[in-house]
Write a protein of this length. Structure first.
Ligand code: NAD
Length: 481
């Protein structure tokens, strides 16, 4: 079931054990479950050479055939969902209850969706009197995908599927924390008929990603990661005028008015903070609750959070697993300490569990104010901040007072207010009476410091292709002399 080597290059697994060792730790137990090696310069070169060599033929393939390969890969992923979900759970520590429905399945959705679009990517005819022009949608070339550790299968496919549909080839570098799942995506694409070199995976830390972005043979980079990394990678891409998509962090507002369905609002706050142990970029970590329902909301929230089943993520009953690593757990603990020392009121959780593995309780703070560290900085762990508000005007100003703008939501029964509020939130994805649903059919991506570009939907095509204009002269050319 596990990948058989560290890298996947030119249609096959590849090992070079001269590369630095990257142990793969199962976060629920702390046990090492695999060992991969960082890509050496030779591996990086092999990936670049194979992606470059494969690109022209892949782009020249009849689009419907290219699409069929992606759709076949989607079918294989769905058939192997159980096995792929188990690997995702080992790689990330996320509960199997989640991975069975959110990871290989959403990767398959992307492969199916973009497989279907591949044959529809046409240009247009432009009449110009006697002369005329047409446009062609052409690929960019070799694309670099760089992943975060929270959704390793999904990220590998959300980048790979549109890139390949448009006729590009890809070199994907997973996060060094979760190196295994992307290798399975590569393996399945080969099995589905993708020619060697079309989708490659190489391992390593930021330095490997950096060498891919800086190599003149690559045309585009799509990063999923933190805002700090995004600034570096975007600058490196700009230095060579490369295309870039940046899917970065958030500190998103979830605004709950006093006419909201309370149980739904509590469910949304739980999903928006504790799914995947809070390690979701679009999470609604600033939960603004209108003052008159605040205590009712908090008591129901605490009551329901106490029912979380914290345990081994391989057990289907578990609905709250460990964090991905000791390092992320330590970061989360330090934010909890700041919350306490800056005067937030701890409603639930707050402690590391006294057992092996990277377990921390789902944590809720109330009476959080806008200036507190936990209300300003992305934590990327299971820590919810509940803030109070009185009026719509006030909450909108406060909700937008952040450099980030990935997501946001409103809970209210008032239809006009719902639309007014989501229109006013400066974020790429906003929900009305729902949270964190990101189907492949709709664009996903950030405003402000949360990034540039969009993944999913037809919008992603714009970011993996470019237009070429062909002007057709139909008459003799005239000149001044
Ligand atoms: P990170 O920024 O530390 O790393 C992301 C990736 O970038 C890793 O693969 C890393 O090796 C690579 N990298 C680091 N420095 C690099 C460099 N100079 N050049 C090229 N590559 C480099 O992020 P993380 O800790 O893996 O993930 C958590 C962050 O990702 C959070 O901020 C989260 O919000 C964000 N995220 C965003 C989305 C989204 O779609 N918007 C989704 C998931 C996670």
């Amino acid at each position: 079931m596990q990948p058989t080597a560290s890298h996947y290059v030119n249609g096959a697994y590849l090992e070079d054990d001269a590369g630095a060792e990257i142990p793969v730790i199962f976060p629920a137990t702390g046990e090492q479950i695999a060992l991969v090696h960082e890509a050496t310069p030779a591996v990086i070169e092999a990936a670049l050479a194979s992606a470059k060599a494969a690109q022209a033929d892949w782009a020249a393939m009849v689009p419907v055939e290219r699409g069929r390969i992606l759709r076949r890969a989607a079918d294989i992923m769905r058939e192997r969902n159980r096995e792929l979900s188990e690997l995702e759970t080992l790689d990330t520590g996320k509960p199997i209850q989640e991975t069975l429905v959110a990871d290989a399945t959403s990767a398959a959705d992307a492969l199916e969706y973009f497989g279907g679009l591949a044959a529809t990517l046409t240009g247009e005819h432009v009449p110009l009197g006697g002369d005329w022009a047409y446009t062609m949608r052409v690929p960019l070339g070799v694309c670099v995908g760089i992943g975060a550790w929270n959704y390793p299968t999904q990220i590998a496919a959300w980048k790979g599927a549109p890139a390949l549909a448009c006729g590009n080839t890809m070199i994907f570098k997973p996060s060094e924390q979760t190196p295994l799942c992307a290798l399975k995506v590569a393996e399945i694409l080969t099995e589905a008929g993708a020619p060697p070199g079309v989708y490659n995976v190489i391992q390593g830390a930021g330095t490997v990603g950096k060498s891919l972005v800086e190599d003149p043979r690559t045309a585009k980079v799509s990063l999923t990661g933190s805002a700090a990394t995004g600034k570096k990678v975007y600058a490196a891409a700009a230095a060579q005028m490369k295309h870039a998509t940046m899917e970065l962090g958030g500190k998103s507002p979830l605004i709950i008015f006093d006419d909201a369905d309370l149980e739904s609002a509590v469910s949304a706050a739980i999903n928006a903070n504790f799914y995947a142990s809070g390690q979701v970029c679009s999470n609604g970590t600033r939960v603004f609750v209108q003052n008159d329902i605040k205590e009712a909301f908090l008591s129901r929230l605490a009551e329901r959070t106490a029912q979380a089943i914290i345990g081994d993520p391989r057990d289907e009953a578990t609905n709250f697993g460990p964090m991905v690593s000791e390092e992320q757990l330590a970061i989360t603990c330090s934010f909890i300490e700041k919350g306490l020392s800056e005067g937030a009121r701890l409603i639930h959780g707050g402690k590391r569990l006294d057992q092996p593995g990277c377990y921390i309780e789902p944590t809720i703070f109330a009476d959080v104010t806008d200036d507190m560290t936990i209300a300003r900085e992305e934590i990327f762990g299971p820590v919810m901040s509940v803030l109070d508000f009185d009026t719509e005007d006030e909450v909108l100003i406060r909700a937008n007072a952040t450099e980030l703008g990935l997501s946001g939501a409103v809970f209210t029964a008032d239809l006009t207010r719902a639309h007014r509020v989501v229109h006013a939130i400066d974020a790429g994805s906003v929900w009305i009476n729902q949270y964190n649903l990101t189907p492949v059919e709709v664009p996903f991506g950030g405003m402000k410091g949360s990034g540039v570009g969009r993944e999913n939907s037809r919008a992603a095509i714009e970011h993996y292709s470019q237009l070429k204009t062909v002007y057709v002269g139909m008459s003799p050319v005239e000149a001044a002399f």
